[in-house]
Design a protein around this ligand. Sequence first.
Ligand code: NOJ
Length: 570
Amino acid sequence: MTLSHRFGRACHVLVLVLCLSAAEDFDWSANNHDSFYYGTFPNGFSWGAGSSAYQTEGAWDKDGKGLSIWDVFTHKKGKTFLNDTGDSSCEGYYKIKDDILLMKELNLNHYRFSISWPRIMPTGIRSDHVNEKGLKYYNVLIDELLENNITPIVTLYHWDLPQVLQEKYGGWQNISMINYFNDFANLCFERYGDRVKYWITFNNPWSVAVEGYETGEHAPGLKLRGTGAYRAAHHIIKAHAKVWHTYDSQWRSKQKGMVGISLSGDWGEPVDITNQKDIEAAERYVQFYIGWFATPIFHGDYPQVMKDFIGRKSAQQGLGTSRLPTFSSQEKSYIKGTCDFLGVGHFTTRYITQKSFPSNRGTTYFSDRDIAELVDPRWPDPGSEWLYSVPWGFRRLLNFIKTQYGNPMMFITENGVSEKMMCTELCDNWRIQYYKDYINEMLKAIRDGVNVKGYTAWSLLDKFEWDEGYSERFGLYYVDFKNKNKPRYPKASVQFYKRIIKTNGFPNQREVENWKRKATETCSTSNQLLAADPLTSHMEMVTEVVVPTVCTLCILISAVFLMFLLRKHN
Ligand code: NOJ
């Protein structure tokens, strides 16, 4: 959870009903939050679900895999909820076939996963060693997906940097990462590019930069406030551009694939839409979020507002240059246009108002923005503390991307909701509601002319949720982490999402209501299966632990008894 999200939570009570009614009046003519739109998606729209290597694979030290910064971070005490680690997680490494069956059950068109860099290059450096066993795992996964008519969408970097690169060079603080990452990407194009046609260089670089190098909530856990995130982002943007150029010049003509980046962004809505300061503050919020990465990639340089604010504050702090690094003019033209499609990860929205942070009181990415975040206490908040369900914000963000970046081809790479329940609840009505409303807002955005080609539900399985450990479950499928076989059970949302996919949208009210009803009916059956699970694991324990122990004891006792008899006899 980010600081900004925590801050938003703290401001919960501050939201004024007055401001909200102003927001209700917001004139986005076709954008009526309350009306549900029945209709279908364009033909060929791609439906998928996603995962990432560290969050699901497990097998953290198997078959020659090197350490990643997340292996090291989670093995330190106090970094994650209950000191949870991704050591075994969903054991996805061993369950390719099982998981593809789940995807088939959903009727998915695509599956988004990421490649663990240290699994295929243990130190992160190609000339050191390439791990064939690791390479084989992804080969099998890709082949199995294709055999089942599921298109792989592959992310190269979903946060698990090889630890050696962190220790030797300081990770993304160091410019040398650009070449190392390019070598890694090149190996992936070489080995998998004959079959993989959609590549995502980075997943959510905002999190890598801010949570990895500014707040330290994520690996590598550095707190380089006011500078670390900007420097990391600078190198990531350049690394992305380099990899895009590598593909473009060396592989595109043979492989005919596409290279994009996946950016995450909350939507920021002005608290008072009649107040110019609030309007500007909300725009700033979005520019400091998705714009930080999208503007260089589509227009060649950082958003003007970031350059102005960070530059002014740096000068007030007596610094000779801005804490926001600059691109040379060659770099600008090299970076501009390096995106064949844009991946969008979106979960939630905030109300934004102007709030000044004097520059003499410490510098952080957050205070550089001069804003405050608020939430409406009526917004549903079923799981993660930061995740409020605000479907209309999704449509606005998509329209913002359309107008700001020339309506690029987009794939929704992450969208979904968690539950914060340690107990088991497969009847996830709130998730059905979330998907229904968010997918519907995406449909409205497509009708507005936004160029969205596919949607990826986040996530296929419950999995390791970074600093929150296993306490937040985003999966369509429930994973029983206490059972060493990590069995998967469908939640009700599986039935619902499956029907959206099958009909490619929402046919009419009666049918959609029917889907909901049926989904909740079937989930009670799955609940029963799950309830029987402790019994199964108990039986396994009996066969695997108790029986062998008792047998060994019997043999020992008989041996001692035999010795005793023999002695007596002699
Ligand atoms: C974005 C991250 O990319 C993903 O790994 C994470 O599970 C979701 N946010 C939810 O927090």
